[in-house]
Design a protein around this ligand. Structure first.
Ligand code: GLC
Length: 419
């Protein structure tokens, strides 16, 4: 045996004894707002505190595009990635590819929001450790509401009218770029979230009910979609049919929209020192249909360790580190992402530096999950059928009633005898 090899063997043997083999880890992570900047600074701290190094593989903004890429890596059993940041909806579909974290987080799991842990638990296996949650808000221009003597709308019909009035007034005063309401209308998972809110808050139920039944083809749901279609080209730019989160934020943050539907991350950015709407906006719960209840879709991203990783022990250490109290607190303050460790909501520094977090706790607690638990491995196809029906309606390609009738047929076919 060559000297170098012997020394190498001795070195790794002694490191093994202390459980500290240096690993080069890779984490795959979507890029939106300041998420990756905060991640990188936390990874630097992890590297300083351990012998490990961590590289970020950056993903496109759309969760739908990310899912496609993740499936390719996972079905190839790739060991290139150790830690995946996963959308809240994916656990049932991807569970088989991930390490069961249950025995590795037994000492800390009780600190986490129970519903978040439940959302990542599939047949008793903890697929991912929750990183942050999401429950969208209605962002409104407080200065413009005041100028026009209007209240924050509580119904979709009210929003439609207020948005039109203020947009018309601002355009007449010379701002031709002003719009009433921006949101996510591209054909992807984000539209499923927005449309679930319109439908559920209007009494139209869920895309698939908790018991697996399909009741989406109903008049309330159709009316909710038709109302949303009426926004396109009136209070909402036609380009919304290609808008994702950052497109909507771009319009609102530059001062050119009265209302925006968006996730929590947009708060910290719109309130930033370089934001033209700093000090001119507020947040409220989303409107509801007449007589309905405001609905916020549950979002969030969570960290899983793939079974194909050659560095599972170090990867688990990283997942625990990124989700510890201090890192959750820092993330909550800088990115206004709702944390998954319950105590962070009560932290006085968080309340002082990021008021949105404690304010939003009840909305997060009551957020409506998408039917990924009910539809299991078929969720992605279900969601895709739903967003297609909605996108067609928004594009003027059939009415809500026509597209929901087709959707019912498609979902029934997808389900077969059972989900
Ligand atoms: C946000 C949510 C995620 C959702 C996505 C849709 O990232 O956290 O759950 O699927 O938006 O665009």
């Amino acid at each position: 045996m060559k000297l170098k090899t012997i020394l190498g063997t001795l070195a790794s043997a002694s490191l093994l004894a202390t459980g500290a083999i240096a690993a080069d880890l890779t984490i795959v992570h979507g890029s939106i707002g300041r998420d990756q900047e905060v991640l990188r600074s936390q990874l630097d701290k992890f590297e300083a505190a351990t012998d490990h190094t961590v590289t970020i593989v950056s993903m496109p903004e759309s969760t739908t595009d990310q899912f496609g890429q993740y499936k390719l890596w996972l079905s190839a059993e790739s060991d290139d990635i150790d830690v995946y940041r996963m959308d809240v909806i994916w656990a049932p579909q991807l569970a088989a590819h991930f390490v069961d974290l249950t025995p590795h987080v037994a000492d800390i799991v009780g600190d986490f929001v129970p519903a978040a842990i439940e959302s990542q638990t599939v047949d008793g296996k903890l697929v991912a450790l929750p990183m942050f949650l999401g429950a969208p808000a209605l962002y409104y221009r407080s200065d413009l509401l005041e100028k026009y003597g209007e209240e924050v709308p509580t119904t979709w019909q009210g929003l439609t009218e207020t948005a039109q009035k203020i947009m018309d007034g601002e355009r007449a005063a010379g701002n031709d770029d002003m719009w009433g309401f921006v949101w996510q209308g591209a054909a992807y998972e984000g539209l499923t979230c927005d449309a679930q809110e319109w439908v559920h808050s209007s009494g139209g139920g869920r895309i698939v009910e908790l018991d697996g039944s399909i009741q989406i083809n109903n008049p309330e749901a159709a009316a909710a979609l038709d109302l949303a279609a009426s926004w396109v080209g009136t209070i909402t730019p036609e380009g919304v049919l290609n808008y994702k989160e950052e497109d909507a934020r771009g319009v609102f943050q530059s001062g050119n929209a009265v209302f925006m539907r968006n996730w929590n991350y947009a708060f910290a950015l719109a309130a930033g020192d370089d934001s033209p709407v700093k000090g001119k906006f507020g947040v409220s719960i989303l409107p509801a249909g007449e007589g309905g209840q405001s609905t916020a879709t549950l979002g969030g991203w969570h960290l899983g360790v793939t079974k194909y990783s050659n560095n599972q022990e170090a990867a688990i250490e990283l997942v625990r580190f990124l989700n510890n109290y201090e890192n959750q607190k820092e993330r909550a303050i800088i990115t206004s992402r709702p944390p998954t460790v319950s105590a962070v909501y009560l932290d006085p520094d968080v309340a002082a530096e990021q008021e949105f977090i404690p304010l939003w706790k009840p909305v997060v607690d009551n957020a409506l999950p998408r039917p990924s638990a009910a539809t299991l491995r078929k969720y992605n196809e279900v969601s895709s059928a739903f967003w297609t029906a909605v996108h067609n309606t928004l594009s003027g390609n059939g009415t809500g009633t026509e597209n929901l009738a087709k959707l019912e047929t498609e979902l029934t076919r997808l389900r077969g005898p059972r989900w």
